[in-house]
Design a protein around this ligand. Sequence first.
Ligand code: FES
Length: 151
Amino acid sequence: MGKTDVELKTILEKFEATRSELIPILQAAQSSLGYLTNDTMREIARYLSIPESQVYGVASFFERFSFSRRGRREITVCCGTACYVKGARRLVDILESELGIRCGDTTPDLEYSLKQVACVGACALAPVVLVNEDVHRQMEPGKVKGLLAGE
Ligand code: FES
């Protein structure tokens, strides 16, 4: 049994094997393991005695669940209309170039992930970039290096 299997078993033991525990179990698995693999979802389905498709369906519905490994710092560029108009696409281009990855990917050292999303609901602050939960307002191309440096 691998380390991940042991971790997952420990997680599952904290929850009752009922369908209503599916989301809490997915949250616990994601936060402990970093992301959800097919094996993880298969085990959760088996534990709850529900079809795998149901686990996958719920996990894929919520954006907070990830099926691939994410970086320690997840950079999210809002590309909703207000942010797009104020240059969000250019920010994505610069971030892709600085990090050497495409949107949706994670750097090989697992330090950064980059993604773009639709409106995050803070249009007055456009263009908006999030680093994990931290909101960076009115981002400009000239601020990107500082952002990556944690300033
Ligand atoms: S479009 Fe970016 S916050 Fe609304």
